[in-house]
Design a binder for this molecule. Structure first.
Ligand code: NAD
Length: 262
C-alpha cells in the first residue's frame, strides 16, 4: 500500500517534463492519475500506458486546454466522475515567451497569464468543494525561482509566477482548517527534454561549446552549477502529500541550487 493508495491526483501539463515526473511519483505511491497536456496522441498514449503498467494504477488523459476555463472545469468533473474524487491537484502547465517589454506581443502576455496563472485559479475553484466535503486535500502549484526574483525580458512569466505565489498563500489561509494544504514549489533550472533541445541552437548562435552553454548561459544564476532534476521536484511534491507535511501550508519552497539565496 502506497501513501496515496485509493487517492486521485490530477496533474496539469503532465505529458512531458516536470509534470510527467509528478504523475509518475504519485502513481508510484499508489494514486490513480489524470494526466493532461498537449502532444502527439501516440506519445501521450505511450506515457499513459507506461504509468498503468509500471505502477499498477489507473491513468487517464484529459486533453483540456489550460487557457480555457470551461475545459478546466470539465477536466476536474471528468476526474471526479472517473475516480470518485480529486485528492491531489498539481497546477503545473506552463509556457514561456521572451521579449523586451515594449515589443512583448499582447497575445503572448494573455496566453501566459491564462495558462501559467489563471488556470490554477480555475482548477482550484473546481476541486475545492469535493476536498472540503472529504476534509482532505493537497494543492501544489509549480511556481519558479521567477516567483521570487525577476529576469529581464520575461515580463509575463515573472508576473504569472509571482501571482501563483500570492494565490497559493490566499488559498492556504482559506482552507487551513479543512486539512487541505496549498503550497508552491519553485524550481530553478530543471533538466527537461525542452532544456536539452535548446543546447545545440545556443551553441550555434553564440559560438559556444556545450559546456559553456550549460555553465555560462543556463546555469549562470544557479550556484551549484548543476541542474535540478524533474525527479527531485517530484519527490518534494510527494513529500508535501504525506502526513509529515500536514503543517506545511502557504509555503513557497525553493529547489534551485541556491539561486534565490543570492
Ligand atoms: P514542458 O514544456 O516540458 O511541460 C509543459 C507541459 O504543459 C506540457 O505537458 C505541455 O503539453 C503543457 N501545456 C502547455 N500549454 C498547455 C495548455 N494550454 N493546456 C494544457 N497543457 C499545456 O515544461 P516543464 O519545464 O516541465 O515546465 C513545467 C512547469 O514547471 C511550468 O509551469 C514551468 O513554468 C515550471 N518551471 C520549469 C522550469 C525549468 O527549468 N524547466 C523551472 C521553473 C519552473
Amino acid at each position: 500500500m502506497g501513501t496515496l493508495s485509493g487517492k486521485t491526483a490530477v496533474v496539469t501539463g503532465s505529458t512531458s517534463g516536470i509534470g510527467l515526473a509528478y504523475a509518475r511519483a504519485f502513481a508510484g505511491a499508489g494514486a490513480n492519475i489524470v494526466i493532461n497536456g498537449m502532444g502527439a496522441p501516440e506519445d501521450i498514449e505511450k506515457e499513459r500506458k507506461a504509468i498503468e503498467t509500471d505502477f499498477k494504477v489507473k491513468c487517464v488523459h484529459s486533453p483540456a486546454d489550460m487557457s480555457k476555463p470551461a475545459e478546466i472545469a470539465e477536466m476536474i468533473a471528468f476526474a471526479e466522475k472517473t475516480y470518485g474524487s480529486v485528492d491531489v491537484l498539481v497546477n503545473n502547465a506552463g509556457i514561456q515567451f521572451v521579449s523586451p517589454i515594449e515589443e512583448f506581443p499582447i497575445e503572448k502576455w494573455d496566453a501566459i497569464i491564462a495558462i501559467n496563472l489563471s488556470s490554477a485559479f480555475h482548477a482550484i475553484r473546481a476541486v475545492v468543494p469535493g476536498m472540503k466535503k472529504r476534509k482532505w486535500g493537497r494543492i501544489i502549484n509549480t511556481a519558479s525561482a521567477h516567483s521570487l526574483v525577476a529576469s529581464p525580458f520575461k515580463a509575463a512569466y515573472v508576473s504569472a509566477k509571482h501571482g501563483i505565489a500570492g494565490l497559493t498563500k490566499t488559498v492556504a489561509l482559506e482552507l487551513a482548517t479543512f486539512k487541505i494544504t496549498c503550497n508552491s514549489i519553485s524550481p530553478g533550472f530543471v533538466w527537461t527534454p525542452l532544456v536539452e533541445k535548446q543546447i545545440p541552437d545556443t551553441m550555434k548562435t553564440r559560438g559556444l561549446t556545450r559546456e559553456q552553454v550549460i555553465n555560462d548561459v543556463m546555469l549562470a544564476a544557479q550556484p551549484t552549477k548543476e541542474f535540478v532534476t524533474s525527479e527531485q521536484v517530484a519527490a518534494l511534491a510527494l513529500y508535501l502529500c504525506g502526513d509529515d507535511a500536514a503543517q506545511i501550508n502557504g509555503a513557497n519552497l525553493s529547489i534551485d541550487g541556491g539561486w534565490t539565496a543570492a
